[in-house]
Structures are given as structure tokens and as C-alpha cells.
Design a protein around this ligand. Sequence first.
Ligand code: ADP
Ligand code: MG
Length: 384
Amino acid sequence: MKLDATDLRYVTGEEFRVLTAVEMGSKNHEVVPTSLITQISGLRNGGVNKIIGSLAKRNLVAKVQNSKYDGYRLTYGGYDFLAMRALSKRDSMYSVGNQIGVGKESDIYIVANNEGVEMVLKLHRLGRISFRTIKQNRDYLGKRKSASWMYMSRLAAQKEWAFMKVLHENGFPVPRPIDQARHCILMEFCDAYPLRQIADIPSPGKLYSSLMDIIVRFARAGLIHGDFNEFNILIRRETGEPVVIDFPQMVSTSHENAEWYFNRDVECIKTFFRRRFRYESALYPKFRRILTNEEEGEDFRLDVVVAASGFTRRDMKVLEDYMEEIKEAEPDHLSEDESSESSGEDNPEEHYDNVESAKESGSSPRIPDNINPPPISPTVSDEE
Ligand code: ADP
Ligand code: MG
């Protein structure tokens, strides 16, 4: 999907009010009735109809007719717009450049502020995989069912933001977090290559140990990355230093499956170095030894800091449950193309008549970050 920064500057105050009304209405309506939009926006009836027509033309909302009543729903585009507008109102960003990544559950863009400084905008897209797969156990979403793609995407962004902030503040090699709004995170643009793209390095042993050190530092601070692999490790072009990204799946070392997650992170690095650089070492970190070695531990628990930062344990649980269900529902990590073949009424995008649909985004190249690789095996095995 193309992000359009022109909208940011050419949306009138009234259009913005109507769009916000659709967003508010969708907190408890699958399809927001036009009358409710009028009521929330506080504008005249005729005025709202005209404005909503123009918003629909620009794909910021979509008309839904095949239900009990006519109404509208916010599209991804509309939600993107609201988030970017919030960021631009705060002078955090000004313009949108190229898309540099399409993950399974996010889109990554280069953006800039009004001084031309480049940054990375990450838009979380959790509903893209399709909500039909998580029908059975949706009770935890409670009343928010109707807006679950927005809600889950926002939770993922809030979690990633909370972690990126505490990690950065505590000197971990992560991008500098700049701002967060709705389902978006704005961060430092790192002039770096994903480790995945690096064919050769002068001293693999050195990089291997600095990556293992990062895993150990995480654990001593009470955290496990949970997706520590060659896609989520960038190597700075100038210095060759690693930068770790992508935190929505981070877990605490007190998580019930902490050791399993820890071992999987370690194993990803071992396997990658063996295959790519023919480098093997007998040295690698052991979870129990780190946890029992109290005197070497950090005097802070970042998992506790995050819990205190506003991203609550309950939020964490809701997101974890969602990710669990996605894993269970799609054990082979079907692409969106495949998974959207059999349609179900729970896919929010299916009610749209002209939005950027899951199918469209499915045709773009994808970074296959597996959510749930089998225990102790590499995330990818396309080498050799
Ligand atoms: P996903 O959750 O979709 O995997 P990531 O956060 O891992 O999203 O980002 C996907 C890709 O976007 C990365 O592999 C990297 O190439 C690029 N990227 C992400 N963040 C940055 C950044 N701060 N600086 C430079 N490139 C980045
Ligand atoms: Mg990633």
C-alpha cells in the first residue's frame, strides 16, 4: 500500500473531524452508521455526507452496504492518516519517502522531518493475516472485537515503543526511538544492512560474540528478544556494529517458556554463523547459568520497567494471546494470498469495497520473520 503524504496537508478541519468520528464510532461498531458519524462529528447532516464521500474517494474510509444498515469503516489508509497526522502535528515527521520493508505484520517507510532528517516509520498491521483465524478464542478482545485489527496493531506498536525506549535508555544497541502514535513508531534511520544480506565479514568470531553478549545482556536485564535472527539484526555500514530491531514479541525471563525462547535466539545465531560464515564456537550462553549468576546481573529489571511504563501486563497478555492464536492458526506461515483464499466473515477487510486489501499487500515481497519456528531450529534455511 502506498502512503500518501499529500493527504496530511490537504485534509480540511471538517474532514478530519469526520474521520475521527469514524474512528471513534468503530470502537464499538463493525460498521459505523452514518447517523452516528454525524452525531459524533457535530456537523450538519448534509455536510457530513459530502465530506464522507470525499474521504471514501481517497480510501480513508470505505462504505459498507451489505449489512443491516449503511455505514462506513475506517481503512488502513485512514488509520495511517490519523497516525501520521498526529506525528506531523507534533512536528515529529513531515514527509513520506520510499517503502523499505514489508514484513508479515508491518510496513516500513523512510520518512523525514521538516529539516529533512530521515527516519524510519514502522506501521504495524496485525489484522493483515486475517482475523478469521482467531474466531474461537476471541473473548479476550471483549467489546473491542469490531475494531480488533486497529486495536491489535496499536498494542503491538505500544509494546515495541515501550521496549525500544527502555532498551535505548539503558544503552542497548537499538534504534533511537523518536515518537509513537496509534499503530506507528517513528525511529532513527540506521544506515545499515540486515545481517541476512551480508555475505562475508572480516572477523565472524568478533560479531558472533558481540551478538551473544547482547543476548546475555538482555537476559540479565530480564528480557528475551524472541526473534533474534539475521533479519532483525542490522549491521551499521560505517562501524560494522550490530543494531537490534523488532520488539513486539519480546518476553520477560520470568515467562513460562523463557528458556525455550532464549535457546531459540541463541540457536538462530549459531546456525546462521555456521551456514553463512562457516564459523562455529563451543561457546554460547546458557539460560540457567545467566539467571543463577546473581552477582553478574544488572541491578535493573527492564521487564519490570516496561510493565511500569504504561504498557500493562494485561496488554502484554492480550498481544501474546493474539500471536499465539496466529501461530496456531497458521502453522506453516501461509502468505496472505493463500490464507485469504477461504473467506470468513471475521476478516475486517472483506467488508470493504475498495480498500487496499490483504491480497494487494500480499503481492509485495515479504520478509519472512517466522513467528514460531520449530524449537531450536533456524528461522530460515534457504542457504546451502
Ligand atoms: P517486521 O516486524 O516486519 O519484521 P522490522 O522492524 O524487523 O519489521 O523491520 C523490517 C526491515 O525494515 C528490517 O529488516 C530492515 O531492513 C528495515 N528497518 C527496520 N527498522 C529500521 C531502522 N531503524 N533503520 C533502517 N532499517 C530499518
Ligand atoms: Mg523483523
